[in-house]
Design a protein around this ligand. Structure first.
Ligand SMILES: Nc1ncnc2c1ncn2[C@@H]1O[C@H](COP(=O)(O)OP(=O)(O)OP(=O)(O)O)[C@@H](O)[C@H]1O
Length: 672
């Protein structure tokens, strides 16, 4: 019954079924496992919660409603005054012009939101009417017309009828202090109290990470038994290629190239993770490996997370490999139809092409006839999903995943345990350490004088900031705000441009190209530039509101400079309201080593940004974050190993059940 279609539920017609399926919900079990992405806890109003941070519910009577008007930045703003037991409340609503018609003077409402007691009155931004009765309100990720209320209604229907059988043996539940599966699922959708909710989360995370671990153990052993991989031979021209490279490879690069070529010679298909700190020279390693595949008469794909980066890889591939007669092509969303059609035909005919591109490469229409190797430059943007798509297309291809997000080795080995690991742990000779400074927000003018200095020396600079547009409600800096400020102030007359994710690919590309060509001296951008951009003449990275970014991300951003012969600088401007913010950012000042930073970052806050894995539905990890739940993961992983080894009857039974679900393409998170 649990694998029945959602259409068997009351209230699910054709349209709703379709929408649920778009959200990946096909069966009743899928729905049960569609857990909230978070919970809002609204406390009952109390003086001590009027701090602007706690979320509360409060009774309020309307005393005055002002007319909405437009602010300088084009937003609408409306104010409603209320009376509460704690005094007058001023509620300001941005971009909700309709709000004034929802309240009547003299009527009392229950509001929810964040409230802050100021001198004369309480203030709140965008509080809304509370219609929930429970204290802990589940928040679901929603699409189309599917609402949280609908999901709850459907889940309730299922839970009235089914009891989810326990599938872990008693002793493991006891040993790991886990509650039973049925209670966990119920409480995740309808939390009774905080304590049960946190126990339920622990149980389901354990469940997910157990299933995830078991799955990768099985796929790894299957791959190693796989005899259908391609045996590539070593091209005699590899030596010539290496000689044509204008610099000496580092020892680490040479070692990693050997590891990859050795995999290529074996009959088991390669599945390898290549890790290297920012600027350690992963691209050239990828190109050598791809060259050998083409020399064997096969096609290859080199996939990047953005168009800008794809173009950069393409140019580099062409420069290095075209002299050896390799046909390199670029395929992205902006490739013209004629060129695209031509590429499709050639790929289908089996012509050995080196395809460089974005995820356009994994569209259904692209058919590789003889795909020998896939390299994805993940940085940390790609989820496992996209990777799986390419792998499925041709199961025998070699797969190499490049990542510039260093993960401590032991952790990488457990988390990516279906991948072999290569690490470039050495930077090219002669690189100068990037001088990193942490600067308080109040002193930022000095920073831009330094930028001007560098530009006058002929160098270029990046300025990164969290927001695109100026926002009155926020104290964060924005691309447009900075452009305005700097072009009138310290950097007057300096050629500047901006870059952000809302621009079209073409626009972004044009800006990047003029920056690379040195026509633009200062580039103001959101984090879109963090991904692998290589402009050796850029020597200055300014990061505004650095407190907003994770260490791994800051390290990536900093890695955009110090890529050439010039002394480079990174200035992090931050509002250091707390000691912990300062300490966290000082790690960046202390070290330029991505592996060290990643470890510190994990210790401090266990960031989920480290891995692309958990966002992907494919991995089955909906609740867990392998980084912040790492301790629990190790336990789940160890338990998965005992089941995988199948020494007892119970373990064997569980493993068989798992394999059965896997082979039937069923959801295996709950085995029942
Ligand atoms: N052994 C080397 N000696 C000198 N320069 C090198 C060496 N290897 C690579 N480079 C150069 O270093 C720069 C950075 O290399 P690359 O773009 O491959 O870095 P990366 O590892 O991809 O880093 P990121 O993840 O930051 O993009 C390039 O300009 C490249 O040509």
């Amino acid at each position: 019954m649990i694998y029945d279609s959602v259409s068997t539920l009351k209230g699910v017609g054709e349209k709703t079924r379709e929408q649920l399926e778009n959200m990946g919900i096909h069966t009743l079990l899928d729905l049960l496992l569609y857990f909230p992405r978070g919970y809002d806890t609204y406390r009952n109003a109390d003086e001590m919660y009027l701090n602007g941070m706690d979320k509360i519910r409060i009774e309020a009577e309307v005393t005055k409603i002002s007319k909405p008007f437009r602010t300088r930045t084009g937003k609408t703003m409306a104010t409603i005054w209320f009376n509460t037991e704690f005094g007058a409340l001023k509620a300001t609503y941005f971009n909700m012009p309709y709000i004034t018609s929802q309240y009547k003077i003299g009527e009392t409402y229950q509001l929810k939101g964040k409230f802050e007691k100021k001198n004369k009155f309480i203030e709140s931004i965008n509080p809304i009417q509370n219609r929930d009765t429970e204290e802990i309100v589940p928040v679901y990720s929603l699409e189309g017309k599917v609402t949280g209320t609908l999901i709850k209604k459907l889940v309730r229907q299922i839970l009235e009828k089914v009891h989810i059988n326990e599938n872990f043996p008693e002793d493991i539940l006891k040993h790991e202090d886990l509650i039973d599966l049925d209670s966990a699922v119920r409480n995740l959708h309808f939390p009774q109290d905080e304590e049960l909710l946190s126990k339920s989360l622990k149980r389901m995370k354990f469940q997910e990470m157990f299933a995830y671990s078991l799955k990768i153990m099985i796929s790894r052993s299957r791959r190693q038994e796989e005899e259908r991989g391609i045996r590539f031979s070593m091209s005699p021209r590899l030596k010539l290629l290496k000689e044509s490279i204008p610099f000496d490879m580092t020892n680490a690069q040479n070692r990693v190239i050997r590891e990859i070529l050795l995999d290529q010679k074996k009959s088991a298909p390669m599945n390898r993770l290549l890790q290297g700190d920012v600027g350690s020279g992963k691209t050239i390693v990828a190109l050598v490996a791809l060259f050998n595949v083409l020399e064997n008469g096969y096609q290859a794909a080199f996939m990047a997370p953005t168009e800008i980066l794809a173009k950069q890889h393409f140019l580099e591939a062409e420069k290095l490999l075209a002299p050896f007669g390799v046909a390199v092509r670029l395929l992205t969303g902006s490739t013209k139809k004629k060129a695209r059609d031509e590429i499709m035909v050639q790929l289908k005919e089996g012509k050995p092409l080196l395809m460089v591109g974005t995820h356009a490469l994994i569209e259904e229409k692209v058919q590789f006839e003889k795909l020998g190797m896939i390299i994805t430059d993940e940085q940390h943007r790609f989820g496992v999903n996209q990777r799986a798509k390419l792998i499925n297309k041709n199961q025998m291809s070699e797969v190499l995943v490049m990542s510039a997000t260093p993960i401590p080795r032991t952790m990488a080995l457990t988390i990516y345990s279906d991948l072999d690991l290569s690490v470039i742990d050495e930077l090219p000779r002669g690189r100068k350490e990037i001088k990193t400074v942490l600067m308080d927000h109040a002193k930022r003018t000095a920073c831009y004088k330094k930028v001007l200095d560098e530009v006058q020396k002929g160098r270029q600079a990046y300025i990164v900031t969290p927001l695109i547009d100026l926002d009155e409600e926020s104290d964060l800096n924005s691309v447009m705000g900075l452009l305005d400020e700097l072009s009138k102030g310290t950097l007057k007359g300096i050629p500047m441009a901006y870059l952000h994710g809302k621009m079209t690919s073409k626009e972004k590309e044009q800006v990047m190209e003029s920056f690379k060509a040195g026509e633009i001296k200062v580039l103001i951008s959101t984090t879109v530039i963090e991904v692998g951009i290589n402009v050796p003449n850029a020597s200055m990275m300014v990061i505004e509101n650095a407190e907003r970014f994770g260490l791994a991300q800051l390290h990536q951003l900093r890695g955009r400079v110090g890529r050439g012969e010039y002394q480079s600088y990174c200035i992090m401007i931050a509002q250091m309201k707390s000691q912990s913010t300062r300490e966290r950012l000082e790690i960046m000042v202390k070290s330029n080593d991505g592996f060290y930073i990643a470890e510190e970052d994990l210790k401090q806050r266990g960031t989920g940004q480290l891995f692309g894995v958990h966002q992907s539905g494919h991995s089955g990890l909906m609740l867990s974050d392998l980084a912040s739940d790492y301790e629990l993961f190790l336990k789940a992983n160890a338990y998965a190993r005992t089941v995988y080894l199948g020494n007892t009857e119970e373990d064997q039974r569980m493993k068989d059940q798992f394999l059965h679900k896997l082979s039937q393409n069923l959801n295996y998170i709950c085995l029942n």
